[in-house]
Write a protein that binds this ligand. Structure first.
Ligand code: URP
Ligand code: ZN
Ligand code: ZN
Length: 649
C-alpha cells in the first residue's frame, strides 16, 4: 500500500528513512500546474535522501512523497536552527596541542571555541565528555570510480565517501588517472563529473602524469590555474607499458612541478625490474598471488625511493612519496633525506599499518588476491610496527588508505596469472581506527601525532590548511568526536563500502568516531550514519603551498563576535555553563604534559631537529580524564621506547 506524505521542505532539506524504500518525490511548482517527478531507489537502512541543488530552479515550498504506508520519515531542514551546533566538554586535539574547549559551529564554520561560550538558543548540543574533538580526517590517497587493469573499482564517489565519513574522514583526495595519450584536462572533467553529484564529503584531486608530451606540460600548467585547482601530480615508476614514466620524463615532470609550484608525487617501484621478474616467475610456473610480492621485493621499492629522491634533488623539487610499504624503503628514505635540498614527504597506508603480506599466501585465491596491491603488503611481520615507529620519528608523515576496491569477479581475472589481479585494497573507512589501534593504543603515537598523520599534515602539504585539518575558529566544521574507548570489530558485515571483503576482517579496535560532522552537518550521529549524496564540494588546491614552498599559511578568518543583543531568530540566549570540577581537575593534571604543549608537527624535511620534542620519549597519557567514566574497554599503554608507562585509560 502507498501513501502520500506532505512534508514541508526547501532546498537542502534532508530526509531520513528507517528502511529501504522506493520513493517518488514531486516538486509542485508554485502557481503552475507543472509537477516535477523524481524517483529514487534509496540506499539501505538509515540512509539519506537529500534534495539537491539541481532542483533549485523550482520554487520549492512543499515536497510530496509517495512512500510505503508504514515508512517512517523525518525531515530536517539543514538551513534552520540545525545548522547550529555546540560540542561541549570535549578535549580538542590539534597537531600542535590539546586543550579543553567547547566548539560552537554555525553555517558549517567553527565560530567560537572555549568554555562559557554565549550561544544562541535552540542550538543542538553534543556532550563530548571523555571524548576527543579532532579535525575530520583527510585521506590523501583514494581511487574511487577508477578503471584499471581491465576492471572498475567497486566503490564510486558515493559509496567511497560514505564509508570515509563512517570512519571519521571528512575530506578525500582522489587521483585523476588519464589513459596514455588522453588529455589531462579531459580526464579531469571526467573525474569531476563522476564525483561532484556523488560525494558525501569534500574532495580534492591529484593529477596523474601517466605519459609525457609538450601538451602534457601545457595542461599541467593550466590545471594549476584558478579554474582547475590542482597542486599535485603523481608519476608512476612502475606499471610499465601502462602509466610508467622513464627517468628522463620523470625528471621533466618534476621540473615542471617545481616551476609551477606544484608537488610531485611518485609511486616508487622499479617497473623494469618487475617486468623481468614477472617473465621469470611465470616461466617457472609461479602464477598464484604469492608471485606478486616475489616479483617486486623490498629492494625493488627501496631502489625507486632512492632514485626518486635523486631526481627530485637534481630538479631541486620537493617530493611526496605515496604508499611507502617496506622497511627497506624506510631506510632508503632516511638515507636520501639527509642530503635532500627540498622537503620530502612520505605517506604510508592503513593497510601496511594494519595487516601484512602473509595473506597473499593464503590457499584461498579470493582471500590472497583480495590482499594484492602495489607496492605489495610485505611478508616481513615486523613491517606494521616499523611503519608506526616511522610515523613517530617523522620518517613518515601521513597515512592514506589507497582505497581501491575490486569485486571478487574482478580479482578473479588473475586466476592462473597473478599479473592480471587488479591491484588494490580497502581502507578509507578503517584508516583512522586502525592507526589509533596500532599507534595510539600501543603508546607509540600521541593524539596530536595521530591528528598530524590523519589530517593536519595532508591539509598543510596540499594547501588546505587551516581551513581543513584544524579545529580553530574560522576553520570548516569538519569534526570528529572520537570515543577512545569504543570497542568494535572491523568486518565486511558492518562496513559501509561496496565490497563484501575487508583486509582487516575480525580485527578488534578500541577507539572510533561517535559523531562525524561534515561542514557543520552531523553525518555520523552517535553511530547512526546519515550522509547525503552530493553534499560534498570540490576543493581547489592552490599552488605554492606555504608548507612545502615556504612562506606563511593564512590563518583562519576570525568571525565577527556575537552581538550582545539577542539575535532575531533566537529569542532566548543560553550559555553552555561553567566547567565542571572534573574538568578543572583534568586541566590541572594535564598541565605540563600534553595540554597545549609541544606536540609534534611533522616537518617532512629531515629527521627531528635537535631540541625538538621526541615523541618516543613522550609521557603522554589520556588516563586522567577517563577515570571514573563508564569504561567500555581498558587499554594498557605500552611503555614507549625510552619513555614511561602511562597506565590504564
Ligand atoms: O595497488 C594499488 N596501489 N592500486 C592503486 C593504484 C596505485 O598504484 O596507487
Ligand atoms: Zn601507486
Ligand atoms: Zn593509489
Amino acid at each position: 500500500m502507498k501513501t502520500e506524505l506532505y512534508v514541508h521542505a526547501s532546498e537542502g532539506s534532508v530526509f531520513y528513512f528507517r528502511r529501504r524504500i522506493s520513493v517518488s518525490v514531486r516538486y509542485p511548482r508554485e502557481g503552475a500546474s507543472v509537477v516535477v517527478s523524481y524517483t529514487a531507489e534509496l540506499p539501505p537502512f538509515l540512509d539519506v535522501f537529500a534534495i539537491r541543488s539541481r532542483h533549485s530552479s523550482y520554487n520549492i515550498s512543499n515536497v510530496i512523497m509517495t512512500v510505503d504506508a508504514h515508512t517512517s520519515v523525518s525531515g530536517i531542514n539543514i538551513k534552520s536552527s540545525q545548522n547550529r551546533l555546540l560540542i561541549k566538554n570535549g578535549r580538542v586535539v590539534n597537531d600542535d596541542g590539546m586543550e579543553e574547549a567547547d566548539v560552537y559551529v554555525e553555517d558549517g564554520i567553527i565560530k567560537q571555541m572555549g568554555r562559557n561560550l554565549i550561544i544562541p538558543g535552540g542550538t543542538r548540543v553534543i556532550d563530548a565528555t571523555g571524548k576527543l574533538v579532532m579535525p575530520g580526517g583527510i585521506d590523501p590517497h583514494t581511487h574511487l570510480d577508477l578503471e584499471m587493469m581491465g576492471a572498475k573499482t567497486a566503490d564510486d564517489f558515493y559509496t567511497g565517501t560514505k564509508a570515509a565519513v563512517a570512519g571519521g574522514t571528512t575530506t578525500i583526495i582522489d587521483f585523476v588517472l588519464p589513459q596514455r595519450g588522453q588529455s589531462l584536462i579531459e580526464a579531469y572533467s571526467n573525474w569531476r563529473e563522476k564525483a561532484d553529484n556523488k560525494v558525501c564529503c569534500d574532495y580534492a584531486l591529484h593529477m596523474g602524469v601517466t605519459w609525457w608530451s609538450p601538451s602534457v606540460e601545457r595542461e599541467m600548467e593550466q590545471l594549476c590555474g584558478e579554474e582547475y585547482g590542482i597542486n599535485s601530480f603523481k608519476m608512476f615508476m612502475a606499471y610499465k607499458d601502462a602509466w610508467m614514466l622513464d627517468d628522463y620524463h620523470l625528471y621533466l615532470a618534476m621540473e615542471t612541478c617545481k616551476r609551477l609550484g606544484a608537488l610531485p608525487q611518485v609511486h616508487a617501484e622499479n617497473g623494469d625490474i618487475i617486468a623481468r621478474n614477472v617473465e621469470k616467475l611465470l616461466a617457472a610456473g609461479k602464477t598464484d598471488p604469492e608471485g606478486h610480492e616475489l616479483s617486486r621485493d623490498e629492494e625493488v621499492e627501496a631502489e625507486a625511493v632512492n632514485r626518486a629522491c635523486v631526481i627530485a634533488n637534481q630538479a631541486n623539487a620537493p617530493l611526496y612519496i605515496v604508499h611507502v610499504m617496506s622497511r627497506e624503503a624506510l631506510r632508503a628514505l632516511d638515507f636520501a633525506r639527509a642530503r635532500q635540498r627540498q622537503p620530502v614527504y612520505a605517506e604510508t597506508l592503513a593497510a601496511t599499518v594494519g595487516t601484512d603480506g602473509s595473506h597473499c599466501r593464503n590457499a584461498c585465491f579470493r582471500h590472497a588476491a583480495g590482499h594484492v596491491m602495489s607496492p605489495p603488503l610485505r611478508s616481513d611481520p615486523n613491517t606494521p610496527q616499523a611503519m608506526v615507529d616511522a610515523l613517530a620519528n617523522d620518517c613518515l608523515q601521513l597515512v592514506g588508505s589507497d582505497h581501491c576496491t575490486f569485486h571478487e569477479k574482478d580479482k578473479a581475472l588473475g586466476q592462473g596469472d597473478f599479473t592480471k589481479i587488479p591491484n588494490g585494497v580497502n581502507g578509507v573507512e578503517e584508516r583512522m581506527a586502525i592507526l589509533w589501534q596500532r599507534g595510539v593504543n600501543t603508546g607509540a603515537l600521541d593524539p596530536c601525532r595521530f591528528v598530524a598523520a590523519t589530517s593536519a599534515c595532508a591539509a598543510r602539504v596540499f594547501a588546505l590548511w587551516p581551513r581543513k585539518g584544524r579545529v580553530a575558529v574560522g576553520s570548516d566544521a569538519d569534526l570528529v568526536v572520537w570515543d577512545p574507548r569504543l570497542q568494535r570489530t572491523v568486518s565486511a558485515a558492518n562496513h559501509h563500502h561496496a565490497l563484501d571483503f575487508n583486509i582487516f576482517e575480525g580485527q578488534s579496535v578500541v577507539g572510533s568516531p561517535q559523531y562525524v560532522i561534515v561542514n557543520g552537518r552531523v553525518c555520523l550521529d552517535d553511530g547512526d550514519l546519515r550522509v547525503a549524496e552530493g553534499y560534498g564540494k570540490f576543493l581547489k588546491t592552490p599552488v605554492f603551498s606555504p608548507y612545502v614552498y615556504g612562506g606563511e599559511a593564512p590563518m583562519p578568518q576570525t568571525p565577527e563576535p556575537y552581538p550582545s543583543s539577542p539575535m532575531p531568530e533566537s529569542p532566548s540566549r543560553v550559555t553552555n555553563g561553567t566547567p565542571t570540577n572534573e574538568l578543572n581537575i583534568v586541566s590541572k593534571q594535564m598541565a605540563g604534559t600534553a595540554l597545549s604543549s609541544g606536540c609534534s608537527t611533522p616537518t617532512g624535511r629531515k629527521m627531528r631537529e635537535p631540541g625538538q620534542r621526541d615523541l618516543q620519549n613522550s609521557t603522554f597519557s589520556l588516563s586522567k580524564e577517563m577515570e571514573g567514566a563508564d569504561t567500555k574497554t581498558s587499554v594498557r599503554v605500552r611503555n614507549p621506547p625510552g619513555g614511561k608507562s602511562s597506565g590504564l585509560w
